[in-house]
Design a protein. Sequence first.
Length: 207
Amino acid sequence: MRRLLGIALVAAVGLVGVPAVAAVAATGSDSTTTAVVKPAGVSLRYPSTWTVAKQTKKSLAAQVKALSKTNPALAAQLAQTDLTTAKFRAVDPGAASGEVSGNVRVQLVKSPAPRNLAAFTREVTQAYEADGDTVLGTHGVTVSGKTAYRVDLTIPIAGTGATPTVVRVGQLAVPRGSTSTVVTVGAPNTDAGAALIDTILNSVRST
């Protein structure tokens, strides 16, 4: 399940800038942009002030290098990221280097979603709590008339200070036959961060 859901803990940390690219398809408004991520079969809305980013081997290496200074264990996990699953990423460029940055990532993984909510809950709880994360809850949601599964959690990220930074993450697994589309949103662990995660994940639609 950890592989199915991707690396949620690194999805929530804005550490190193990545190059901006055009969205697969997007329309803007005063507050949000709608991205249609055709390879993953979904659309979603995210803040218009965010930057669409393409993760390459070069940018991933730079992120791993920067993170290794403050959290070597997390850097090692980031280094194992499978770039072939990444289909879309947008990040808030306003956060300072090393601070939690709001972002959304879409991945298409070659694993089916769990059979039901009980199986999903069991698998994500075991996987995330084994890594020291705190699962806040799981539930089934309806995405374009079909059942998908969501998990919300907090992740402690070691830093240079004595107290770890806590990141909030929401993750949605949308079944697509033998594959799954996974949408991960990271944000600061605040009420505003939780509301941002809800807004983005609630906007996900199948295309």
